[in-house]
Write a protein that binds this ligand. Structure first.
Ligand code: GLP
Length: 243
């Protein structure tokens, strides 16, 4: 594991964006596993600016996102599809038909999970999987559980996650109760995993993820066993970790 401590959120965003830029520069047809959430907004902004400045070309890149809320159509302003369009895809030259997200509105969730697994199988293993961290240690939407998931799954969101994500909705009651998420097995097969964490609100869980026992009750702790994981976290998030 490579652990990089940054001054603050902006510094974390710059360093994470630099790793993704290098990945795309070194391998223009990279398969990127992408994430959503406030943690990655800053780094997407930097990547979009680099594209605008002619420094990056995404025309051969394929992206496979981690997750999507159940029940939200792509044009819903809180869907992860909408997040990706507005924060990144509409600002760079990636081909929209080379971008993949789970369909949160699928009638048959089991079929949707298998469909998504076959996409991951076709394009994978992911060259680089970007990850944020949930307040309860989730990665993607893989919530604390009794075992680690392998493939894509439909998941019932925990009350903690519903509460944490309610800041993006008008009201907690509007937060979807379920989601479709790439499995931990697929995340672990990525060639490189890049975990970004910011803020003191995640300091306790980050310490558990990095230093605690590897257990499905702290899903992110599995990353301790990843062959090539880079953690970029700011000083606030790392306040309980000796580095
Ligand atoms: C969300 C997403 C995750 C994200 C995490 C942290 O629920 N499903 O993919 O990494 O929670 O979000 P944020 O960066 O907004 O704190």
């Amino acid at each position: 594991m490579r652990l990089i401590k940054t001054k603050d959120y902006d510094d974390m965003s710059r360093k994470a964006a630099a790793i993704i830029s290098s990945q795309v520069t070194l391998k223009p047809n990279s398969v990127l596993g992408l994430a959503t959430g406030s943690t990655v907004e800053g780094l997407y902004e930097i990547l979009a600016k680099e594209y605008e400045d002619g420094l990056l070309d995404f025309s051969d890149v394929t992206s496979i996102n981690l997750d999507e809320y159940a029940g939200l159509a792509p044009d819903h302003d809180q869907s992860y599809d909408y997040f990706m369009s507005t924060n990144l895809f509409n600002k760079i030259n990636i081909h929209r038909n080379n971008t993949y997200l789970p369909d949160g509105t699928a009638d048959n969730m089991d079929e949707e999970c298998r469909r998504y697994d076959s996409i991951i199988e076709t394009f994978g293993p992911l060259d680089l999987q970007l990850l944020g961290l949930g307040h309860n240690g989730h990665i993607g939407f893989n919530e604390p559980a009794d075992s680690f998931s392998k493939g894509t799954q439909y998941i019932k969101l925990t009350d903690e996650t519903i509460k944490a994500n309610s800041r993006f909705f008008n009201d907690e009651s509007e937060v979807p109760r379920g989601a479709v998420t790439m499995g931990i097995g697929s995340i672990m097969k990525s060639k490189t995993a890049l975990l970004c964490v910011s803020g003191s609100g995640k300091a306790e869980i980050l310490k558990e993820v990095l230093e605690g026992p590897v257990k499905p009750q702290v899903p992110g702790s599995i990353l301790q066993l990843h062959n090539d994981v880079i953690v970029i976290a700011d000083a606030d998030a790392l306040k309980y970790v000796e580095i």
